[in-house]
Design a protein around this ligand. Structure first.
Ligand SMILES: C[S@@+](CC[C@H](N)C(=O)[O-])C[C@H]1O[C@@H](n2cnc3c(N)ncnc32)[C@H](O)[C@@H]1O
Length: 204
């Protein structure tokens, strides 16, 4: 049976996955420094390193995902590291311009979200940004077909239905907006990818 990490890695090579990641890619400045938490098979950092000269580090708790990332990323400029969940990450304070967290936070408990955000704030340089990308869970088979149908994009239907319930809850509860208000930090959000994803940015 095909491993989930391999399946996910293949998913990341499709045009619809690039559409999902594009809003994050646009938000990141050329030649900056970036930490991607929950990097999975590493597509975002591969693109940012190749296309924008970004100095990228990817961390993940799953060794199979990191193996996929290593097999895909040939550049020795990109660092990959296996980490333990819910622990402070092994980097100095103020190391990065950006922390990206894509497709991850909406799977975690509130307590673990807060831990990850707290540590991300510690790791950011002045005016650094935490960029969070999450599916919205909004839409249906007709809108998916309208915008993304092609034989190569069949995986989007699996992704949509596998993430829909948790994603819709994340969209509805506005957790990051409330977190930012409580902590008096700047927050913005926009719906992207034809309504299928939300980009949230916290500036520290
Ligand atoms: C759905 S994948 C997303 C991969 C990639 N960020 C993307 O958007 O394509 C979620 C990843 O988050 C990782 N993950 C889950 N909890 C984590 C945690 N507490 N710290 C770091 N990575 C975590 C999982 O192992 C998995 O590889």
């Amino acid at each position: 049976m095909i491993k989930f990490s391999k399946f996910f890695s293949n998913l990341q090579e499709t045009s619809w996955y690039r559409s999902f990641l594009n809003p994050v890619i646009s938000e990141v400045r050329n030649n900056s420094t970036l930490l991607d938490i929950g990097t999975g098979s590493g597509k975002l950092i591969q693109i940012l390193s190749n296309e924008k000269g970004v100095d990228c580090t990817g961390v993940d708790t799953n060794s199979d995902m990191l193996k996929e990332a290593k097999s895909k990323i040939k550049s020795n400029k990109i660092k990959l590291l296996e980490i333990e969940a819910n622990k402070q990450l092994p980097f100095e304070d103020h190391s990065f311009n950006y922390v990206t967290i894509c497709n991850v936070l909406f799977h975690l408990s509130n307590e673990n979200i807060d831990l990850m955000l707290q540590d991300s704030k510690r790791l950011l340089k002045e005016d650094g940004k935490i960029i969070v990308l999450t599916p919205t869970g909004i839409g249906n088979i007709f809108t998916l077909t309208k915008y993304f149908f092609s034989l190569k994009n069949i995986g989007i239907f699996i992704w949509f239905y596998a993430t829909r319930n948790r994603a819709a809850k994340w969209t509805k509860t506005n957790y990051l907006k409330e977190y930012s208000e409580k902590n008096k930090i700047t927050y913005s959000s926009q719906i992207v990818m034809e309504g299928f994803a939300q980009l949230e940015v916290i500036t520290v």
